[in-house]
Ligand binder design. Structure first.
Ligand code: AMP
Length: 186
């Protein structure tokens, strides 16, 4: 199973990706987590990525596409994966198409999670208190939601046209949402 999980920040992508990973026995790959790991370990990639992440901006495509390409070529990704937080703009969609064509592995589905703006803001505020992410400042949160609306949300139409998009309500119990997704994906 090769899946994308898409939706605005705070909609619960990471939580659902982890459950899908367990259910299908495939890795959940989050570009945000890869960046945060590199920031924590002060790698060259981490130092560069932090400049953008703390402002709520997208890390340049060149860097981001490369980490996805490398990660999808790893052994544990042979039988499938869930990509969380990628692609985030039209040029990343093209890059992913090329990576998948190289690997000869098509996408099975795009899981989109949806929720009202107010619900998202409330969840983001709570997460900021619990996790203390450096990019959970009000300015960075607002910027991230803006980038999502302008650059990422339009990608849903692209995957809809390809017949891959499956949209789910992101509000409700985690378990209920998960079983609805699994029932739909099979
Ligand atoms: P996330 O954990 O998915 O919210 O990602 C945190 C931050 O990492 C984002 O606000 C971006 O700065 C950066 N990031 C994650 N994924 C991408 C991506 N696909 N393209 C560019 N930047 C990304």
């Amino acid at each position: 199973m090769r899946l994308l999980i898409m939706g605005p920040q705070g909609v619960g992508k990471g939580t659902q990706a982890a459950l899908l990973s367990e259910h299908y026995g495939i890795p959940a790959i989050s570009t945000g987590d890869i960046f945060r790991y590199n920031i924590k370990n002060k790698t060259e990639l981490g130092v560069e990525a932090l400049k953008y992440i703390d402002k709520g901006e997208l890390v340049p495509d060149e860097l981001t596409n490369k980490i996805v390409k490398d990660r999808l070529a790893m052994d544990d990704a042979k039988n499938g994966w869930i990509l969380d937080g990628y692609p985030r703009n039209a040029s990343q969609v093209e890059a992913l198409d090329a990576i998948l064509a190289d690997l000869n592995t098509p996408l099975d589905a795009v899981v989109a999670l949806d929720a009202e703006h107010d619900v998202l803001m409330e969840r983001m505020k709570k997460r900021a208190e619990i996790e203390g992410r450096s990019d959970d400042t009000p300015e960075a949160i607002a910027k991230r939601l803006d980038v999502y609306a302008k650059e990422t949300a339009p990608l849903l139409a692209t995957y809809e046209e390809r017949g891959l998009l499956k949209t789910f309500n992101g509000v409700g119990s985690v378990e209920e949402i998960q079983s609805t997704i699994v029932a739909e994906l099979g």
